[in-house]
Design a protein. Structure first.
Length: 290
């Protein structure tokens, strides 16, 4: 019988890699991952069926802070990392001596290619194509449901200080969800520039913040009380993991986007939170303003 040369011990330094490994049915080969990977697996367990699969036993630093000794201790034959990188961390990964697959997706097409690449390396090309096909099918289903509907203007940010617009794949998902993406993906607009755009919908999905973005505070502190989206109560937080993880988890982000952009046509979903009332400074009882 031919020897199996596919990687048997994989270290994942970014949640996207771990989720892709789970989606193609190879999570049992992941011997170490980051704490963020473990948290996302728990969050996505009902979707990925991860509760029935052995989880990685070791926790290591991620692509930004990788440590060669931690990687070496896991004895991997493949390390998968993804942006964001730090030069020192890449040097640490290379020092481990293991085969290294580095990913830097920007678009949905890049994400499909990354899924295919990992699946091919793991000897699961057919399953990889199924995962890609399912993701594409979900995107096209949402797009078709919005055919002919109005297209609200949507501002999405992945960070708040400074403001950083979401990545290109999020812009593509906004379009699929029936919206128009405001601005340039990855740009750093000022609060005043976003206010001048006066979007119909604002989405905040801050990296590492989960669902804890302080919507009322940022709208107040940025002077957005008169913005159309704020006045109409259409400012949302979507869980960072659902929009900023370039992996099959984007299905959850797409559904949340669709519910935010076209609430009349899509049900509210977990991972989506709407802003409460925003009061201008000095409008509290007894301040003399009403």
């Amino acid at each position: 019988m031919p020897k199996d040369y596919t990687p048997q011990r994989v270290v994942c330094l970014q949640p996207s890699a771990t989720v892709i490994m789970a989606a193609i049915g190879k999570l049992d080969r992941v011997v170490a991952c980051t704490k963020y990977c473990a948290e996302l697996l728990d969050l996505m367990s009902p979707v990925l069926g991860g509760s029935e699969t052995r989880r990685p036993s070791s926790i290591v630093a991620d692509s930004w802070t990788a440590k060669s000794e931690e990687i070496l201790a896991a004895r991997p034959d493949l390390v998968i990392a993804a942006v964001p990188y730090q030069e020192k961390a890449v040097a640490e990964i290379m020092k481990s001596g293991a085969r290294f697959l580095g990913l830097a997706p920007k678009s949905l097409a890049d994400i499909y290619a990354d899924i295919a690449a990992i699946a091919s390396l793991m000897g699961a090309s057919e399953r990889g194509q199924e995962v890609i096909g399912n993701l594409q099918q979900e995107i096209e289903w949402v797009r078709a449901r919005n055919d002919g509907a109005s297209r609200p203007r949507v501002f999405c940010e992945e960070w708040g200080k400074p403001i950083i617009s979401s990545q290109k794949w999020v812009a593509e998902l906004v379009e699929a969800a029936g919206g128009q993406f405001v601005g340039e993906p990855g740009a750093k607009p000022t609060a005043q520039a976003v206010l001048r755009e006066d979007p119909d919908v604002v989405i905040a999905a801050w990296c590492g913040a989960g669902d804890r973005v302080p919507l009322e505070k940022i709208a107040r502190d940025r002077g957005w009380a008169g913005m159309r989206a704020v006045l109409q109560g259409r400012v949302y937080c979507i869980r960072d993991e659902f929009l900023n993880t370039p992996a099959p988890t984007l299905v959850r982000g797409l559904r949340a986007l669709a519910a935010a952009v076209h609430p009349e046509g899509f049900p509210q979903v977990s991972g989506l939170r709407c802003i409460a009332e925003v009061k201008e400074p000095g409008s509290e009882p007894g301040s003399g303003k009403t």
